[in-house]
Design a protein around this ligand. Structure first.
Ligand code: FES
Length: 92
């Protein structure tokens, strides 16, 4: 799957079982993170296209947030190509 950062125009590959966060790091892209288990929401970002599944049952997102495309990259595994908005992302 190809993950694209909308603002920066950077992209990288992400394949299960890597999460979006892990795949980004492997590619040298640092996304905000803290707990890395889907509870603190430090990593929350909006995806404007694409789909994910979660490696935990209850990621800390409300149904409204999910509908609006918010994802938690630390526990999200891309199930399609994905475009995300992550203005705080930086390169390693
Ligand atoms: S880093 Fe805490 S929810 Fe993703």
């Amino acid at each position: 799957m190809k993950i694209t950062l909308a603002g920066q125009g950077w992209s990288f590959d992400a394949e299960a079982p890597d999460t979006v966060l892990q795949a980004a790091e492997r590619a040298g892209v640092i996304l905000p993170s803290s707990c890395r288990n889907g509870t603190c929401r430090t990593c929350i970002c909006q995806s404007t296209s694409g789909t994910v599944r979660y490696k935990i049952d209850w990621p800390g997102l409300s149904p409204d947030e999910k509908r609006e495309g918010y994802i938690l990259p630390c526990v999200a595994i891309a199930t399609s190509d994905l475009v995300i908005e992550a203005p705080a992302a930086r390169l390693r």
